[in-house]
Design a protein around this ligand. Structure first.
Ligand code: G3I
Length: 354
């Protein structure tokens, strides 16, 4: 009996050791050369969304942000609440830090996001005024922000997430106060402020909701018909390992049928889709994550090269992800683990972007 107990104990130890709880460093299979980076390997731009606080305080984070990518997006520092905290106050200090960091390694800088229903300061949600006052406030924000970055930012997410998951136009504060055509006017004002800027509509769920995908494509085609300046579509791709590859492929092809630039703008991949507190980053999970990253990279790479705006990863290490920090979910959605070591997902993504 004693022998049996020790065998069981040994077995349990082996099982537990095989289920690492963190994104383990890259293990078997495909391995990117240690002296190569994503930006060097890819045939299109590879960006990352960055936290300004981590750029300032975390040397490993800054090192990877500088080295691995050739495009940069501010995760939060260019949102309405960050740059326009009071009606008469614009504050670009955090955003400028990101711009200067990106310029330090000659990166493209993608602006995110001029108009969204989230990340709004209280003065906007409490704003009192007639429709002319709302229109002026809306236009002033867009014009001032685009103008501030005119020399450095060559593309913007002009409107973010205007649709509900069912494809209906979201009843946001902007729609309530400015009417449903606020989307078109946002693009018009952004273009007037910087005619050289590539202007994007950005949304999530197009890779798994055909209703959302159809709504985005219909709106984009309508804006094009009306001569509204729109140049690209951002498919955020905050996705899951169990979202259909067929739909991922089909959605990218359908978005590309608009003829616009296509940006996978916020890529991260969840594996703990049931948000189980007992989930572990097992070898099975590790491989499923890596396969999904590779599939998405390869599928994107099949789009017409003139429409490949690039793939932007939504943050760098697992511990920095909004999914972990703000959704408080146990997951490992990024290419680097919480020690900023390359995961198997990095190596498979690396092989898929070439
Ligand atoms: O900076 C403050 C800090 O001072 C304060 O102590 C803390 C607690 O209140 O909040 C911090 O601000 C947080 C901010 O992230 C910076 O970390 C906000 O509360 C939090 O709401 C914000 O979440 C961001 C979220 O957008 C909402 O703006 C996430 O980091 C960011 O990853 C997420 O990104 C969005 C894209 O912009 C649009 N697509 C979806 C994507 C995921 O939601």
């Amino acid at each position: 009996m004693k022998y049996l107990k020790s065998v069981i104990a040994l077995f349990l130890v082996v099982v537990l050791l095989s289920c690492t709880d963190q994104g383990s460093p890259a293990s078997s299979g495909i391995n990117a050369p240690a002296d190569k980076t994503l930006a060097q390997a890819a045939k299109f731009k590879i960006g990352c969304a960055v936290s300004v606080d981590l750029l300032r305080t975390n040397a490993a984070y800054l090192g990877l942000a500088n080295k691995e990518y050739n495009s940069m997006t501010a995760e939060n520092a260019m949102k309405f609440d960050a740059v326009h905290p009071e009606q008469a106050t614009f504050n670009f200090s955090d955003a400028d830090h990101i711009v200067n960091t990106a310029k330090g390694t000659n990166k493209r800088i993608h602006g995110h996001a001029l108009i969204w229903h989230q990340a709004l300061p209280d003065w906007v949600t409490n704003f009192q005024g007639d429709s002319a006052a709302w229109e002026n406030m809306f236009k002033t924000h867009i014009t001032t922000v685009v103008n501030h970055f005119k020399a450095d930012i060559t593309s913007w997410d002009v409107v973010n997430e205007a649709f509900e998951d069912n494809g209906s136009l979201r009843n946001t504060l902007w729609r309530q106060k400015l009417g449903p055509d606020y989307v078109a006017r946002a693009f018009k004002y952004a273009n007037e402020a910087n005619p050289n800027c590539k202007l994007f509509y950005n949304d999530y769920g197009t890779e798994y909701s055909s209703a959302k995908l159809t709504a985005v494509i219909n709106m984009v085609n309508d804006l094009k018909r009306r001569g509204i300046p729109i140049h690209g579509i951002g498919s955020q791709m905050h996705t899951h390992i169990n979202h259909s590859n067929t739909m991922i492929n089909s959605s990218l092809q359908q978005l590309a049928s608009t003829g616009l630039l296509i940006h996978i703008s916020e890529l991260d991949i969840r594996t703990n889709t049931a948000n189980l507190p007992t989930a572990t980053y097992s070898p099975t999970v590790e491989k499923a994550l890596a396969d999904k990253y590779k599939y998405i990279a390869q599928t994107y790479g099949k789009l017409p090269s003139v429409q490949q705006f690039g793939i932007t990863l939504w943050n760098i290490g697992d511990a920095d992800s909004w999914i972990v920090l703000w959704l408080n979910q146990k997951d490992w959605p990024c290419l680097f683990n919480d020690k900023y070591e390359r995961k198997m997902a990095y190596n498979y993504f690396y092989s898929g972007i070439q």
